[in-house]
Design a protein around this ligand. Structure first.
Ligand code: ZN
Length: 186
């Protein structure tokens, strides 16, 4: 089932999401399926709990649509991150363009650490402790920020922030056009 994607201005996007109790979380499998379906329906490569209105620490990522000769490793990169916690951030700060399904029509350069270490439960509730770098680290950090109540526009330059202010205030007022199903604050 495709879920509505919550748009900038909705307070749930600013909540720090909480760890879930996966054993007693009803319909976890169904939620994961719905999150992937919603993400694919909107042509995204990542989607986090708050973006579908949940204050739960869960996000999904699938980089397979971006797999190429240069990046064959993206092909099998379809993952679920439950109760994720980034425990280390290393490497250089790198800037690259990002967008967000909750902030349609805005793409900006965002500086992020090149390497992270993250602990989480996968879709089979197995504990994982992994290190990622490059674009994988970027996508994971973007989604991880969502469960911390942080959005990529928080991290752009003051000049670019001023440039997108008008679009953002329209979104806050519910004035936003989108190809996929959305929910605005009003
Ligand atoms: Zn996002």
């Amino acid at each position: 089932m495709i879920l509505p994607i919550y748009i900038y201005g909705h307070p749930v996007l600013r909540k720090v999401a909480q760890d879930i109790d996966p054993e007693n979380y009803s319909h976890l499998k169904e939620l994961i399926d719905n999150m992937f379906e919603t993400m694919y329906g909107a042509d995204g490569v990542g989607l986090a709990g708050p973006q579908v209105g949940l204050e739960d620490r869960i996000f999904v990522v699938d980089l397979s649509p971006l797999a190429s000769e240069e990046h064959p490793e993206f092909k099998d990169f379809k993952k679920v991150f439950i109760n994720a916690h980034i425990t280390e951030r290393n490497g250089e700060m790198e800037s690259a363009e990002e967008g967000c399904l909750s902030i349609p029509g805005i793409h900006e350069k965002v500086p992020r650490e090149d390497e992270i270490r993250i602990q989480y439960l996968d879709e089979n509730l197995q504990a994982q402790d992994e290190v990622y770098s490059g674009y994988m680290a970027r996508v994971i950090q973007h989604e991880y920020d969502h469960i911390e109540g942080i959005l990529f526009i928080d991290k752009i330059s003051p000049l670019r922030k001023r440039m997108v202010k008008g679009k953002l205030s329209n979104m806050e007022k519910g004035k936003v056009a989108c190809e996929y199903k959305i929910r605005t604050v009003r």
